[in-house]
Design a protein around this ligand. Structure first.
Ligand code: FAD
Ligand code: MLT
Ligand code: ZN
Length: 477
């Protein structure tokens, strides 16, 4: 029984609003919606609801608000922090945005498009390309995550260095508020200084303030010249120096700069078919870097080659392979994007999605790696990620043969040490994956009290009955 209404009445209400086919209750059908990608959480729900229009979302939220039913928005369910999974009270519904998947319009002249929340990210990239434009958001999960989920987590990914996080790609949003009212800021303006920037509050709110139903998004000129290299660097400090060198030498045309340790290359080769060693020799650290330009005439290959030669002369790297064609470039990227999957197949992993000022990364890695080596002997460190953004996935995998339960039991202890160290360097304990349910206590621990107070005030203002994704991001009072 949901607070204020029986389950029977709630289900009858949902069926009346959406039609019976859009109200899922069969456990076999609902199961994939009730657990998260990492299988950290499993919940129950009154029902999984699949509205087909903004009007239906509005009607549903008004009903849930009046009856105290918690609403858990869900996109592609690829999130890493359990934000899209209901609790086990049975008093929440999962609201899937999958059927709101229409590209409403694309305006090449305005370099913008308006897409519904349920659009799969890879489809939007393709639509932009078909209009001779570029939508730069790119993540390993792009074949299944939805733009509504990307907005709600303020996703980062592989091109942040040049184009920014999801937030920076947004011109406007359409949001259904907790009480069912629709807030539309779907304008396609680049300039609009009319009061508080309300849309910004919903970006990264992980469904705790309202349901995003559509977004007006920025497009860019398509990259027409691209140069990509897989480089063996002499450590993390050398990678940081190489980034500076490349930014200078290329006139700031670096669009991706990803750090990859040898252990991650090894994992992908062992677990993902078709992945090969990118260089003849083996080295402890690599960087996958890419320069891009919207000018066909930019000779980026030569520029990258010259810069890498200078870097080699300066003792920053040992070897490098420039992608000679699109196939080779795709192979480099496939290796990088397969790391999370390879890690998952390898076994349990303690994930830490941290950000630091770039210059502090080498010392952080040195100190954190030394602690892991000394205190978690059954661990293999797989620290990789978007170093160009100061974002490292400081993941700790169980060594082959380790007892998985004993290993995972140390998660809190390891997290405390890693996060305390991150905080001491002025870093963030969630760079791009959000808070969800997983890091609620971490946010409460590391965020300044005034920030938490303001966040709670915002939550109360937008969702006074506390129906929007209860228990996520902020501790329930
Ligand atoms: P979901 O997982 O369904 O939901 C995420 C959160 O958003 C939940 O709190 C949910 O309630 C809320 N939500 C979803 N849709 C809406 C909506 N319409 N309105 C309001 N709230 C909503 N993340 C990165 O940032 N960078 C990466 O490089 C990256 N790489 C990844 C690689 C792999 C292989 C995988 C599996 C994941 C990766 N992720 C990455 C994490 C994940 O893909 C992103 O967080 C993504 O943005 C989540 O989108 P989703 O549609 O799957 O959202
Ligand atoms: C990535 O960049 O591959 C993901 O954000 C990190 C992960 O899957 O752990
Ligand atoms: Zn990432």
């Amino acid at each position: 029984m949901a607070a204020g209404v029986t389950t029977k009445v709630a289900l009858a209400g949902f069926r009346r609003m959406l039609g019976a086919d859009a109200v899922l209750t069969d456990p076999e059908v609902t199961a994939p919606y009730l657990t998260d990608h990492r299988k950290l959480y499993e919940g129950t729900a009154l029902a999984v609801l699949r509205p087909g229009s903004v009007g239906e979302v509005s009607e549903l939220l008004a009903f849930c608000n009046g009856t105290g039913i918690g609403v858990v928005p869900q996109g592609g369910n690829t999130g890493y922090c359990g934000g899209a999974t209901p609790d086990d009270s049975g008093r929440q519904v999962v609201l899937s945005l999958a059927r709101l998947a229409r590209l409403r319009r694309i305006d090449a002249a305005n370099y913008s498009m308006v897409a519904e929340a349920g659009c799969i990210l890879a489809n939007l990239q393709r639509e932009a390309e078909a209009a001779d434009r570029f939508f730069p958001l790119s993540l390993g999960s792009e074949g299944s995550c939805q733009i509504g989920g990307n907005l709600s987590t303020n996703a980062g990914g592989l091109n942040v260095l040049r184009y920014g996080m999801t937030r920076e790609l947004v011109l406007g949003l359409e949001v259904v508020l907790a009480d069912g009212r629709v807030l539309s800021t779907l304008g396609e303006l680049r300039k609009d200084n009319t009061g508080y920037d309300l849309k910004s509050l919903f970006i990264g709110a992980e469904g705790t303030l309202g349901v995003i139903t559509a977004a007006s998004l920025k497009l860019l000129p398509r990259p027409r010249a691209i140069a990509t290299a897989f480089v063996a660097v002499r450590g993390v400090a050398a990678a940081v120096d190489l980034l500076g060198l490349l930014r200078e030498a290329s006139g700031d045309r670096v669009s991706s700069f990803e750090l990859i340790p040898h252990v991650a290359v090894d994992l992908t080769i062992r677990h993902v078919p078709g992945i090969a060693q990118p260089l003849a020799g083996e080295y402890p650290w690599y960087v996958l870097c890419e320069l891009s330009s919207a000018r066909t005439a930019d000779a980026l290959d030569g520029m990258l080659e010259d810069a890498l030669r200078d870097a080699m002369d300066g003792g920053l790297l040992d070897d490098a392979a420039l992608a000679q064609n699109e196939r080779q470039r795709a192979a480099f990227w496939r290796l990088r994007e397969s790391i999370p999957e390879a890690q998952r197949i390898e076994g349990p992993s303690l994930k830490h999605d941290v950000a630091l000022p770039i210059g502090k990364l080498p010392r952080f890695v040195e100190e954190a790696a030394a602690w892991i080596a000394a205190h978690v002997p059954d661990a293999v460190l797989v620290a990789y990620g978007h170093v160009g953004d100061g974002n490292l996935h400081f993941n700790v995998n169980a060594r082959a043969g380790a007892d998985p339960l004993r290993f995972v039991a140390r998660a809190d202890e390891v997290q405390r040490v890693v996060h305390d160290l991150v905080a001491s360097f002025g870093g963030s304990v969630s760079a791009e994956h959000g808070i969800g349910r997983l890091k609620v206590d971490e946010l409460a621990r590391y965020a300044p009290p005034v920030e938490l107070e303001l966040m709670r005030a915002v939550k109360r203002a937008f969702d006074p009955n506390g129906i929007m994704n209860p228990g996520k991001v902020l501790k329930t009072q």
